[in-house]
Design a protein around this ligand. Structure first.
Ligand SMILES: Nc1nc2c(c(=O)[nH]1)N[C@H]1C(S)=C(S)[C@@H](COP(=O)(O)O)O[C@H]1N2
Ligand SMILES: [Mo]
Length: 512
């Protein structure tokens, strides 16, 4: 209970200073960074986007167990309580300063240490004396005069035990609630500058061709509504950067380094493009892929402005959550619509999408290209700067792999006999999809009908009408051919280290 009071108040202190330095978040972030890749993979696979609440919950449970132990020990030896709480606070302070290189980052932990230790000492002193655990005390001291006095005072105030536990609980709740309130006030859309008009593009995305969307229940919408966009990042607390003070340095192997403000950025000519973004962690048939209309400055224009020096190999991008990635310079400059994006689907980037600015590079997986909450861009060599996921064993260069997903029928869905429509999405960004084939029950491969082509940087819907001849279970497999003529490989791989390969396959039932 005393530790909870400490953490609650620390959360308030963090909200007033550096929100991500709040003890649970700081320890959680370090846990994410340090977790071995297979553990992370497992967490994403098992819990999906709930992985972070579950991590925080796990840390909280562990903390309750550890502090309960400290509390019990402290009822015998007070110094154990003091040392225990200080040790916990030290872990939190080290975690916070490891991720946030500012002395202020240790402040919430220090506050936690003082409050928790104070509350613990009060609890131990009065809690044990009020008769809570008399047997825990050595027999020799049980009848000491000191003891007697406290037992008496305990009788005078029978509600004391409730007060003792309630006090820290109240402090914990007030701290946590106050912290949350303060951070929501400090970070409303208006407070961070997310209430502005975006400039009109000099080159518009234009209407999508008619017929990109299949008129069929259960098929994925071609344009992903913002609320349904997949989200994958290492940020335990979503960074809320203030656009009015934000600046983006572009430096390293350049002729003239610059630092662009949000206003500078909005003054540059913008283009708008429909682009499909996908995640390397997407398993075969998985959901981590979305499509939107992105507004931004072409990276080529930015790099032109600073002047790239010979020897530069990569555009190294860093985000406010400690993420970084390596974009190969030749990819950034090969003419594709690689953007420093400020808008998505007609509005400023949502905060969880990387406000004020992020990158998007068609044809590269998000983890090697789509840095959110940008804090800096640097032209450098692969030796100079190593990307966050590269350090953890993932690929440094990772073009998207061709994937084909069956959306209808759903896995194990039972459909009426007769004509069955099998349909889904296929993507191979920047190469495009030229053919989708479907095979039922190990029969012949049949060519699916492709929906209208919206361009190589976008996914493509496909469908096949199939006549069922027998009831019961049927198995479907799909594969695509990309714009280079390459047929998707059958052999399955895990997402680690450079993306999942293999044909999606499901079973469905035809009613008798
Ligand atoms: N700052 C930051 N940017 C990031 C990440 C991250 O963890 N931190 N994750 C990357 C990964 S792995 C992917 S797939 C995309 C996902 O972008 P989204 O969450 O907007 O869909 O963002 C990329 N950009
Ligand atoms: Mo990703």
């Amino acid at each position: 209970m005393s530790a909870a009071a400490g953490i609650g108040v620390a959360h308030l202190a963090a909200a007033l200073t550096i929100p991500a330095a709040s003890p649970l978040l700081a320890v959680g972030s370090v846990a994410i960074d340090a977790a071995p890749t297979p553990v992370k993979e497992w967490a994403v696979r098992t819990f999906g986007t709930a992985d972070k609440p579950i991590l925080l919950g796990g840390i909280a449970v562990a903390l309750v167990l550890v502090t309960a132990g400290i509390g019990l020990a402290a009822s015998r030896r007070r110094w154990i309580g003091v040392v225990g709480m200080l040790a916990l606070a030290t872990v939190s302070a080290v975690a916070a300063t490891a991720r946030i290189a500012e002395p202020l980052a240790a402040l919430p932990a220090a506050v936690a240490a003082v409050v928790a230790t104070g509350a613990l000492l009060v609890l131990v002193r009065f809690g044990s004396a009020s008769g809570r655990s008399p047997d825990a005390r050595p027999a020799a001291t049980r009848e000491s005069p000191l003891d007697g006095r406290h037992v008496r005072s305990g009788r005078f105030l029978p509600g004391r035990r409730g007060v003792l536990l309630g006090g820290p609980a109240l402090i914990a709740a007030a701290g946590a609630g106050g912290g949350t309130l303060v951070s929501s006030l400090r970070t409303s859309d208006a407070a961070v500058g997310r209430d502005q008009e975006l400039p009109a593009p000099v080159s518009a995305a234009g209407q999508l061709p008619d017929g990109v969307q299949l008129d069929l229940d259960g098929v994925t919408p071609f344009v992903t509504p913002l609320a349904d966009f997949y989200r994958v990042d290492i940020a335990l607390s979503t960074p809320r950067l203030d656009a009015s003070t934000w600046a983006l340095p572009i430096e390293g192997l350049v002729d003239t380094s610059v630092s662009l403000s949000y206003a500078d950025l909005l003054e540059m000519p913008m283009v708008e493009r429909w682009i499909t973004l996908s995640c390397v962690s997407n398993p075969v048939g998985g959901p981590y892929v979305s499509t939107g209309r992105w507004l931004g400055v072409p990276l080529a224009d930015l790099l032109d402005r600073v002047g790239v020096q010979p020897g530069a190999e990569q555009l190294f991008a860093e985000g406010a959550d400690g993420f970084s990635c390596s974009i190969p310079l030749d990819v950034a400059l090969d003419g594709r619509d690689a953007l420093l994006a400020v808008g998505l689907n007609g509005e400023q980037l949502p905060v969880e999408r990387g406000f004020p600015a992020r990158l998007i590079v068609p044809g590269l997986f998000g983890f090697v290209s789509a840095a959110k909450w940008l804090t800096g861009l640097r032209l450098s060599t692969y030796d100079d700067d190593i990307a966050y996921w590269t350090e953890r064993g993932w690929a440094t260069d990772a073009p998207v792999l061709t994937q084909t997903r069956i959306d209808v029928p759903g896995a194990l869905e039972s459909v009426p006999a007769g004509e069955v429509t099998i349909a889904g999405m296929a993507w191979a960004q920047h190469r495009g999809i030229t053919r989708v084939e479907v095979r039922v029950d190990d029969g012949e491969w049949q060519q699916a009908e492709l929906a209208a082509d919206a361009g190589p940087d976008l996914w493509r819907a496909w469908s096949l009408r199939w006549e069922s001849t027998a009831g019961g279970r049927h198995d479907v497999q799909v594969r695509s051919t990309d714009g280079t003529g390459e047929v998707q490989t059958e052999e399955r791989t895990e997402p680690f280290p450079d993306g999942a390969r293999g044909w999606h396959s499901i079973a469905f039932m035809v009613q008798d």
